[in-house]
Design a protein around this ligand. Structure first.
Ligand code: HEM
Length: 331
């Protein structure tokens, strides 16, 4: 059975059809986008989440090790062009770059077979919601109190007490200051995906991108003194000196590892291999640049890579589509 959602925006009628999981009864993608709008306000024509961001371009070269597991044209060893967007989570376009929130790296690979592959990642190893309802409840709990203009601490506390699936990511963000540059951040795919080999063998994997510039975080002192906007100039300056590279590392799942819960880590001793190198060669403000009008829907995948039944992964697609349709309509 499928559920269908219809969205009318700026004269466009969009019909979204998705599998009916239990969570579909709880909260819908348009409700979540509505909650983001209510909490953060609307910046017309801009993303409803990860509103503050910048564009970049580069290429990805896959390693032959990945070909044993995936027939994706990403791993043929040829350079694959990439359009990237780096961002801060939340819908505030003026959020300071010192905010202790997640940073994003979204990649669109132009595959040699003419297809596209997306990877839309965060710099936290886990997500803060096992089901869409938790994400919705978090955004609602963050709504500014009309008296103070800030989130009500009692509502945040009540949210955390009633949603243990949020705590892993919340604790990670509290314990780790944000990076001084996107070039010094690792980014995690978080969900479990399937790699499918040429012979049809399915392997459960998780991936992350680890910066060759090294992982760094701001000191508590730097957190107090940094200006509101340093991430964009830092990446533009860094790419001016030469390519910024990340190793794509793939972890192989074993029987019993969580497949459908993006809040749960896998045991640390799982086998890993390097699947390729991402090189970002140019960075620029997003206005008019290539990433601005891309919907980095994580379910856009070429052959050789497929989704698991993670309810968060499936929910992202219609939520991004609602946000995308609105911003493309100038709303
Ligand atoms: C219930 C779960 C989630 C919801 C409802 C949600 C919602 C959204 C929305 C509405 C956007 C803006 C889309 C656009 O206008 O193009 C967005 C962007 C983004 N999300 Fe999510 N998201 C969720 C989970 C995640 C997860 C698990 C990750 C990482 C693994 C993630 C990473 C990102 C990133 C990096 C962007 C910015 C993409 C860009 O630069 O265009 N999100 N999200």
């Amino acid at each position: 059975m499928n559920t269908t959602a219809r969205l009318t925006t700026a004269g466009l009628l969009i019909t979204l059809t998705m599998p009916a999981y239990a969570w579909a009864e709880e909260v819908t993608a348009d409700q979540v986008v509505g909650a983001l709008e209510h909490t953060f306000g609307v910046t017309p024509g801009e993303r409803r989440n990860h509103t503050k961001g910048m564009c970049a371009t580069g290429e990805f070269v896959g390693d032959s090790a990945a070909r044993a597991y995936s027939s994706s044209p990403l791993f043929t060893g040829k350079a694959v062009p990439v359009v990237a967007r780096f961002s801060l989570s939340g819908g505030n376009p003026r959020v300071p770059d010192t905010a202790k929130s997640a940073r994003g790296m979204a990649l669109e690979f132009a595959l040699p077979d003419g297809g596209k592959q997306h990877m839309t990642m965060l710099n936290t190893p886990m997500f803060g919601a096992a089901v869409p309802q938790t994400f919705y409840d978090m955004i609602v709990a963050m709504q500014p109190d009309p008296q103070t203009g800030k989130p009500n601490p009692d509502k945040i506390k009540a949210f955390k007490q009633s949603h243990p699936d949020n705590l892993g990511q919340a604790e990670f963000l509290s314990a780790n200051n944000p990076p001084p540059s996107y070039a010094n951040s690792a980014f995690y795919g978080i969900h479990t995906f399937k790699f499918i080999s040429q012979q049809g063998k399915v392997t459960l994997v998780r991936w992350r991108f680890v910066p060759q510039d090294g992982e760094k975080t701001l000191s508590d002192e730097e957190m107090k003194t940094r200006p509101a906007n340093f991430l964009e100039p830092a990446l533009i300056e860094r790419t001016g000196q030469g390519p910024v590279k990340w190793d794509m590392l793939v972890t192989l799942g074993e029987t019993g590892d969580p497949q459908t819960d993006p809040t749960k880590a896998w045991p640390a001793d799982r086998k890993e291999f390097k699947a390729g190198t991402l090189s970002i060669t140019a960075a620029m403000p997003q206005k008019g640049a290539a990433c601005e009008k891309i919907n980095f829907d994580p379910l856009v995948m070429g052959k050789g890579i497929a989704a698991t039944d993670d309810p968060i992964l499936y929910f992202r697609s219609p939520a991004y589509a609602f946000s995308f349709a609105k911003r493309m309509g100038g709303i």
